[in-house]
Ligand binder design. Structure first.
Ligand code: HEC
Length: 95
């Protein structure tokens, strides 16, 4: 009984991971929810993950330009998000 419930929870979680590969791809961090809410409405993660990464200063410029294009993000969330982006997608990723 318990095992069955556990198996179905595991199956549901696996199905969710398959349905939302973008979310599974995102590293953990406080800014992840902000990113998901504010940044994945117009495009998926690919321009972000495929950017080659940026420094914190450059991510701030990117976030501000996205806000100028219509991204909706609370002012107090901007530093949290830029710190998260700099951490999750640092400039070293160029390949
Ligand atoms: C209002 C729609 C919209 C939202 C919301 C949005 N973007 Fe974008 N984003 C775009 C468009 C359109 C482009 C492609 C045009 C361009 O490159 O300037 C883009 C491109 C990008 C690029 C590639 C830029 C480049 O120069 O290669 C990055 C990185 C990016 N977005 C990050 C983000 C982040 C981070 C957020 C959340 C703060 C976000 N976007 C939210 C519309 C949006």
């Amino acid at each position: 009984m318990t095992k069955t419930i556990f198996a179905s929870i595991a199956a549901t979680m696996m199905a969710a991971a398959l349905c939302y590969p973008v979310l599974a791809q995102l590293p953990d961090g406080g800014g992840r929810d902000i990113l998901r809410m504010s940044c994945l409405g117009c495009h998926d993660l690919s321009p972000i993950s495929g950017s080659g990464g940026f420094s914190k200063e450059d991510w701030e410029i990117v976030v501000k330009s996205m806000i100028a294009m219509g991204a909706r993000i609370k002012a107090e969330d901007v530093p949290v998000l830029t710190a998260y982006l700099a951490d999750a997608f640092p400039p070293r990723q160029r390949n």
